[in-house]
Design a protein around this ligand. Structure first.
Ligand code: F6R
Length: 617
């Protein structure tokens, strides 16, 4: 999804901006560009469809040495962008930055302007000629044509005319010492350096320069100069934001000897789970200690229902969470795609605990669902990975996942930590109700066994690799699981589709004979999740039904399950507690998707058409 960078400082801006764009590549994009104050007193733009490295290779030498003669001595100012096409094809012209007709203002914009067409028509009627098909370009013209004594005034005047979402950075020849940035629904973060300042839409582009960051809120703007920043509202009232410290480091974004970020992140899971559990296992009361929830025991007791909201894989992690919470805490719980939730005018119940779950903390649909719950007076907490992200700040408390930065588009370690987070929440809610101390102990023991067990699963890559070789040749496949195993099957199908582009469909194993069985044939493989639990017999019966139709099966199961020739391949994982087993059963499916995509020669970390964080609707 689109990314923004900005720089004000004493170093030539273009290399800093291009380096920042490189850090944003993982989010997915189709074109890129930078704009800096130029030495001839003009704005110099360099942009093109394609990869950042191609843009970098074609940088005119002059661009790297640009220095605005009007700027204070030695000062360099610039903005950059990676674009993920929404309005207009991915072409050189549609790439950002966009420059006003008089060449004095350049902007980069993330988000979608709802009234762009009307504004464009009005500007064209006044004689403004556009050079792109984008909605964003109107902002460059509006700022250039607005009246006001300062750039800040003109940006405010321009924004007063637009409706929709934006993360915006503006460069102006008449204000050569600064950038003005604004946020409404699309993140803008300021990075506070030593005698220099950075701007980005994602913290990954900032941690190479500084760990001190300022997240703008919706409706907030900022002036950014080399020696500081000033935040204010759309009514020009100062908001006085202070920087916070982020604990992610530049090294976290390095491959560190791994072939891809996805496999690196799969292998990082044991450590990620340990971090998520750290300080949260309360042995004295056989419960989970969740300090950030902002709910006391009385609040927790009053919860009569849990509703989990997330998108894509986060929603599947939410399905695991709902199953776990209902089973362990005996509170009715369900998960729903956040992208659908607010459009069905949901009933918000005062005694329901709403839980938003998100790796990035920036998924627009999830954020909008949180806002809908709050607008109707509901209580919503977050399970979020990125500290200080929009959803984390919007929620009324929550559980940080501590998975560390996730770079690969296909989410792995953050999802595992979501499940661990839900398990902690389930134990916490359960122990306030009827879950006995012995049962609490049993589940905490299970959680603490997870890291070593995940390590063992990840080390046992060979059988998955062998299965991936024959499975990746199939044009389509089923993923089957039931009750605790269904979320595992859904996540397995999702992961395979995302990076191998092979069609996969998840079904409840129990639903097979109600329709999908008609498709079973030697050409349609099934990946069956078969844990050693109370439904084992039922799952084995389904495998017989598949075998009777010569359907090939890969079984993801436990070491003590004997399947004979019902499965062509078998991958086993260690047993944990039945409620927690889904977490381990998911890991081979991550490896399966990875190896299938690898054998098909795909760009694993940046799958086609997908973005790491989906900040538009
Ligand atoms: C799957 C995947 C997506 C995300 C979804 C939500 O591998 O990455 O389905 O899970 O877009 O993203 P977050 O968790 O950032 O809200």
């Amino acid at each position: 999804m689109c990314g923004i960078v900005g720089y004000v400082g004493n170093r030539p801006a273009a290399p800093v901006l291009l380096d920042g764009l490189g850090a944003l590549e993982y989010r997915g994009y189709d074109s890129a560009g930078v704009a800096v104050h130029g030495c001839q007193g003009r704005i110099v733009v360099h942009k093109a469809a394609g990869r950042v490295r191609d843009l970098q290779a074609g940088v005119p030498v002059a661009l790297e040495e640009q220095q605005d003669p009007l700027a204070p001595d030695g000062l360099h100012v610039g903005i950059g962008h990676t674009r993920w096409a929404t309005h207009g094809a991915p072409t050189d012209e549609n790439a950002h930055p966009h420059v006003s007709a008089d060449g004095r203002v350049a902007i980069v914009h993330n988000g979608v302007l709802d009234n762009a067409e009307a504004l464009r028509a009005a500007l064209e009627a006044e004689g403004v000629s556009f050079s792109s098909d984008t909605d964003s370009e109107v902002l460059a013209h509006l700022v250039a044509r607005a009246s006001g004594d300062s750039l800040e005034d003109r940006v405010l005047a321009a924004l007063a005319q637009v409706t929709g979402t934006y993360g915006l950075a503006v460069l102006d020849l008449d204000a050569p010492d600064r950038l003005v940035v604004a946020r409404n629904g699309s993140p803008i973060i300021i990075g506070v350096g030593e005698d220099e300042m950075h701007v980005a839409s994602d913290v990954s582009a900032l941690v190479r320069h500084t760990r001190r960051v300022v997240h703008l809120d919706d409706g907030e703007l900022a002036t950014v100069t080399a020696d500081g920043f000033h935040t204010f509202t759309s009514l020009a009232a100062t908001t006085g934001k202070r920087p916070i410290e982020v604990d992610w480091a530049y090294d976290d974004y390095e491959l560190d000897g791994h072939d891809h970020f996805m496999i690196k992140e799969i292998r990082e899971q044991p450590e990620a789970v340990r971090r998520c559990l750290s300080g949260r296992v309360d042995r004295r009361f056989a419960t989970a200690h969740l300090g950030g929830m902002e709910l006391d025991a009385r609040d927790c007791r009053a919860v009569r229902r849990v509703k989990i909201l997330g998108c894509g894989s986060a929603y599947y992690a939410g399905q695991f969470g709902a199953q776990f919470i209902e089973e362990v805490a005996r509170i009715p719980a369900d998960a729903e795609p956040a992208s659908e939730f607010r459009y069905r005018n949901p009933v918000i119940e005062p005694d329901t605990l709403y839980v938003a779950v998100s790796q990035s903390g920036e998924t627009y649909d999830t954020l909008a669902a949180v806002q809908e719950v709050k607008r109707k007076g509901g209580r919503v907490i977050g399970l979020v990975n990125v500290v200080g992200s929009t959803i984390a700040r919007e929620c009324q408390g929550g559980i940080y996942l501590h998975a560390g930065p996730e770079v690969a588009v296909a989410s792995t370690k953050a999802l595992t930590n979501m499940s661990v987070g839900f398990a902690l929440l389930g134990v916490h809610l359960g122990r306030i109700r009827d879950l006995s101390a012995a049962q609490g102990e049993r589940l905490l023991d299970g959680l603490e066994r997870l890291p070593d067990q995940i390590e063992a699963v990840v080390a046992n890559e060979e059988p998955v690799l062998a299965a991936a070789r024959w499975l990746s040749k199939a044009p389509s496949m089923f993923f089957l699981g039931r009750v605790r195993g269904y979320a595992v099957a859904r996540e397995g199908a999702q992961k395979l589709k995302e990076i191998s582009y092979v069609h996969a469909e998840a079904y409840q194993t129990s639903e097979l004979k109600h329709g999908p069985l008609a498709l079973i044939s030697p050409e349609l493989p099934s990946i069956a999740v078969v844990p050693h639990d109370e439904l084992l017999d039922r799952n084995v019966t389904a495998l017989h039904e598949i075998a009777a139709r010569s359907g090939p099966v890969l079984a993801i199961t436990h070491e003590d399950v004997e399947l004979g020739d019902l499965a062509r391949s078998v991958v086993t994982v260690p047993r944990n507690e039945p409620e927690l087993d889904p977490i381990l059963l998911t890991v081979p499916l991550q490896l399966l998707a990875y190896h299938a995509a690898l054998s098909l020669g795909h760009d694993i970390d940046k799958p086609r058409n997908l973005a790491k964080s989906v900040t538009v609707e």
